[in-house]
Design a protein around this ligand. Structure first.
Ligand code: GDP
Length: 482
């Protein structure tokens, strides 16, 4: 755990290696189970507790009622592997990432919490139950994500239910295609950009079971079984045949795995190139053996975290696009006059680069669009939460670097009159706990102490010497936009 935290502390400065993402879904489609699985993978929760511990369900009431209420964030350390040529040899080189993950509530009563989590993140993992398909709440939260220019990837979850109950492999592909088409239809209503579309051949959709810990994408399978083929050039027919190959293997494995029939299972494993330790065959009950096999063959946490790293934008990419949507833009002349800006300029106090930035709205906006850690501090606060008998603010830093001791202006919502506060704590949110860091550069989600008295809920924080507009208030909609 200590090693993981040390890794996380180092990663907050690597902007292209950061991902800020929310898990969104209709209630009961499996968000919390999946989030626990991802947390377990990064070493923060033991495997045996995943699925029951609900680390992101921090409120006692949540655990009692069995639903997630308040969106909580947890930061994960994840390594992807890239092929690199080293002295005539191709080797796999680990590439570390930090993923700030938010488990948002799926229940309709808490839709304002969903919007709050979307504002501070750049990507959304949309979880859809394979049997139930796209439901009202999936539609609503996906629309909320798109209206905040948050990019989606998709997990078709609980596929194990289908594997158990039906054996017509074509039906699987058709049901998954139906879900993908529905998701793409919602996306097309909002955004005209091809790169937001879900496409199995691109690998921004995973098929799996959070509960049983397996998942796959088509490019994963092409890489493993495609004999050098490229997933980018896949025809629909080929995509379907890879999907069919995995699903039919899953059905065969699930059905063949009884103590009397291990030979058939062993044959299946040879076909998919998977080896299991000899002692597992002797010691494990068949249902546990199946879990071990699936985890080894199609590890869900690896598959989903890899998909998120590859297909969701880093803050540098995302902020270029998102700032125009979430920030109120340049101040009007009237605003400037009422804040005494024009007078300051007349007095000619601003010739240094730093002071010029303080009175120039373009400079502030540009710093956020560039995700510039040396720019003026600009932070959006999405909520307050209790910590150590007090309250701390949770949000996202879009420009600059904030440290303990910094004096900042705190705007409550869009209220034009700020209060000056001193930052007492800067940290990374780890579910129930907060890990303190000396300073936090832009591109990360953030926990701040010392500012709660000036906020009721959402707000904007900027360095004391910055004069700029605030972020837009979040719009909560509880019914789908028609
Ligand atoms: P949330 O409301 O979206 O957070 O959903 P939960 O993660 O709390 O899951 C709701 C129910 O579905 C629980 O009973 C889980 O055990 C179950 N569940 C979650 N994921 C899966 C899955 O992949 N397969 C099956 N069969 N059940 C699942």
């Amino acid at each position: 755990m200590q090693g993981v935290l040390e890794n996380l502390r180092n990663m907050i400065y690597e902007q292209d290696k950061i991902r800020n993402m929310t898990v969104i879904a209709h209630v009961d489609h499996g968000k919390t189970t999946l989030t626990d699985l991802l947390i377990a993978k990064s070493g923060m929760l033991s495997d045996s507790k995943a699925g029951t511990a609900l680390k992101t369900d921090t409120l006692k009431e949540e655990q009692e009622r069995g639903i997630s209420i308040k969106a909580t964030s947890i930061s994960l350390y994840h390594e992807t592997y890239e092929e690199e040529k080293k002295e005539e040899e191709v080797v796999l080189v680990p590439k570390p990432h930090i993923i700030h993950l938010i488990d948002s509530p799926g229940h309709i009563e808490f839709s304002s919490e969903v919007t709050a989590s979307l504002r501070v993140t750049d990507g959304a993992l949309v979880v859809v139950d394979y049997i139930e398909g796209v439901c009202t709440q999936t539609e609503m939260v996906l629309r909320q994500a798109l209206s905040e220019k948050v990019k989606p990837v998709l997990l078709i979850n609980k596929m194990d239910k289908g594997i158990k109950s039906e054996h017509d492999v074509d039906r699987f592909y058709d049901q998954c295609t139906k879900i993908i088409n529905e998701v793409n239809y919602i996306i097309s209503e909002f955004i005209d950009e091809e790169e937001y579309k879900i496409d199995p051949a691109l690998g921004n959709v995973a098929y799996g079971s959070g509960y049983f810990g397996w998942a796959f994408t088509i490019p994963d399978m092409v890489k493993r079984y495609g004999k050098g083929a490229s997933s980018k050039a896949l025809t629909l027919k080929e995509t379907k045949s890879y999907h069919k190959f995995v699903v039919s293997s899953l059905i065969k494995l699930t059905n063949s795995i009884t103590e009397e029939n291990y030979d058939a299972t062993k044959k299946m494993l040879a076909k998919i190139n998977i080896e299991i330790k000899e002692k597992c065959w002797e010691e494990e009950h068949s249902s546990d053996l199946l879990k071990i096999i699936l985890k080894k063959w199609l590890n869900a946490a690896d598959c989903i975290l890899n998909m998120c790293v590859e297909h969701l934008p880093s803050p540098v990419e995302a902020q270029k696009i998102r700032i125009a949507t979430i920030f109120r833009g340049k101040r009007t002349e009237e605003q400037k006059e009422s804040e005494g800006d024009l007078e300051e300029e007349k007095e000619g106090e601003g010739s240094s680069e730093e002071t010029k930035g303080n009175v120039d709205d373009d400079y502030v906006i540009e710093s956020m669009e560039k995700c510039d850690p040396n720019g003026p501090t600009m932070i959006f606060i999405s909520k307050l939460f209790p910590l150590d008998q007090g309250l701390v603010a949770f949000g996202r830093i879009f420009s600059g670097t904030v440290k303990v001791g910094d004096k900042v202006k705190v705007f409550n919502g869009e209220d034009p009159k700020p209060q000056i506060k001193t930052i007492k704590k800067v940290g990374i949110c780890m579910g129930k706990d907060v890990e303190s860091v000396g300073g936090m550069p832009c591109g990360n989600t953030i926990v701040l102490g010392g500012v709660d008295q000036a906020l009721r809920k959402e707000g904007t924080i900027m360095s004391e010497d910055t004069t700029a507009n605030t972020f837009k208030s979040m719009k909560f909609s509880v019914s789908p936009v028609v």
